[in-house]
Design a protein. Structure first.
Length: 125
């Protein structure tokens, strides 16, 4: 488990929500110093505390621990699937066709099997 990344993500989503450490601590039932320790990887939250934090920040736990997952692309695919649900079937088919075409283009790129080609894209996801 990458606790430094967990803390970084908690800080990121806390700040996006406009909360300071004291406000988040109040929402999850702990002290602001405990939140600070978690964010700085000096403290390891329990699973229960991680769930409370995720709920308070209105994010899923998988977003908090993304860097520790072996297959983080599954999260992104799930997000795309959720977004597609709002469209009619014809639009879903069109989007799937575009994705297949995009994959074909990516496969033609020199060194397309290299993970380095996707690092710039991954940092924006």
């Amino acid at each position: 488990m990458n606790y430094r990344a967990l803390g970084k993500n908690i800080r990121k989503y806390r700040q996006e929500k406009g909360l300071n450490q004291e406000e988040l601590a109040e929402l999850v039932g702990c002290t602001s110093s405990h939140i600070g320790q978690i964010e700085n990887a000096r403290g390891i939250p329990s699973l229960e505390m991680t769930v409370r934090i995720a709920n308070a920040l209105c994010v899923s736990i998988d977003l908090l621990v993304l860097e520790s997952l072996h297959h983080p692309e599954i999260i992104h695919l799930h997000d795309v699937e959720k977004q597609l649900k709002q469209f009619p079937v014809s639009t879903k088919h069109a989007v799937c066709a575009m994705i297949r075409d995009l994959i074909k283009l990516v496969e033609k790129l020199p060194g397309s099997q290299s993970a380095d080609n996707y690092s710039a894209y991954d940092s924006h996801i």
